[in-house]
Design a protein around this ligand. Structure first.
Ligand SMILES: Nc1nc2c(c(=O)[nH]1)N[C@H]1C(S)=C(S)[C@@H](COP(=O)(O)O)O[C@H]1N2
Ligand SMILES: [Mo]
Length: 306
């Protein structure tokens, strides 16, 4: 039952599931489909001619969600234990409207749009995912952030009895998983809150009931299962920077010219890949979205602000 958990999606905007099951479907074809369904052209921004949608079983069974374990298969195996209804979100900080809100009330009257985005993990694998989402700006504006709100910080649920990774002796993460964006990044039209994928409700392992998606940044910015939104004046300390500041920064813009200290970022491995066909392709600046976002970083040394 979608009501109360996910915004209603007009059927005209849902591409039939059988389309997605066609594993060899190229973006060229899906672009025609999008045009036919009247979606925004921004849905296609950044896609390259040889991009094709990653098979659904990879998108939903090869995950990073350390709250459920560190193996790529752990989230799919363990995340069903997370209860996402009811879901309360605390809004705080530099905004006129703060407090506890029911997830359904925040997204009431908003429509999830399909956005097919390239998705690049800092570990150098990549996918192409048909997300369903709501522009982040639309969501944040309703809380009327004040002039002091320079950044927005997001936090994931903490519930160790449903999230085995949070009570693991081996975890060095200081929960909750925390991320943040500069307000102008958050208000960029590419930034969305994801509530679904492949035309369906968002699976737990992908960050139900909603997660962030900023396609020009490494995947760790896209914080899952969000329960806290805080408007702040100072740059938030995000989880991966807190863990290893020499390897992970705040900005995390996809950048072939800035290597991770332990591996190059010049190329990426597009899933599905095998030992014999690693399916490597060059990394694109801002993950292919330079035209839409490069202006946000004018005058900044992106080797320093990595
Ligand atoms: N709460 C939380 N959010 C998270 C993570 C996590 O471990 N915990 N992993 C991040 C990383 S490193 C990546 S690559 C993406 C993976 O998203 P996906 O599993 O939906 O592909 O989620 C990001 N969001
Ligand atoms: Mo990642």
């Amino acid at each position: 039952m979608l009501i109360g958990k996910s915004p209603k999606i007009p059927t005209s905007e849902i591409t039939s599931e059988t389309t997605y099951l066609n594993r060899r479907k190229f973006i060229g074809q899906s672009a025609a489909l999008i045009a036919g369904s009247g979606l925004l052209s921004s849905a296609q921004a950044g896609l390259q001619p040889d991009d094709e949608i990653t098979p659904e079983d990879i998108v939903t069974q090869f995950n990073n969600f350390y709250e459920f374990g560190t193996d790529k298969s752990d989230p799919f195996e363990n995340a069903h234990a997370m209860t996402t209804d009811p879901w309360t979100v605390n809004v705080s900080g530099e905004a006129k409207k703060t407090g506890d809100f029911a997830f359904e009330d925040i997204i009431k009257g908003m429509t999830a749009e399909e956005r097919i985005y390239r998705f690049r993990c800092v570990e150098a694998w990549s996918m192409v995912v048909p997300w369903m989402g709501i522009p982040l700006k639309k969501i944040l504006e309703q809380f009327e952030p004040t002039g002091n709100a320079k950044y927005v910080e997001f936090k994931t649920l903490v519930r160790p009895d449903e999230m085995p990774g949070q009570s693991s002796f081996f975890s060095s993460i200081d929960w909750p998983y925390t991320e943040g964006l500069r307000m102008d990044e958050a208000y960029n039209p590419l930034s969305i809150m994801v509530t679904g994928l492949f035309g369906k409700e968002l699976p737990n392992q992908n960050g139900a009931p909603w997660r962030l998606m900023v396609p020009w940044k490494y995947g760790f910015k896209s914080v899952k299962s969000i329960v806290s939104i805080r408007f702040v004046e100072k740059e938030p300390l995000n989880t991966w920077q807190q863990l290893q500041a020499s390897e992970y920064g705040f900005y995390a813009n996809v950048n072939p010219a800035v290597s991770h200290p332990r591996w190059s970022q010049a190329s990426e491995r597009r899933l599905p890949s095998t030992l014999f066909n690693t399916n490597r392709r060059p990394t694109l600046p801002f993950n292919g979205y330079a035209e839409e976002v490069a202006h946000l970083y004018k005058g900044m040394d992106l080797k320093k602000f990595f």
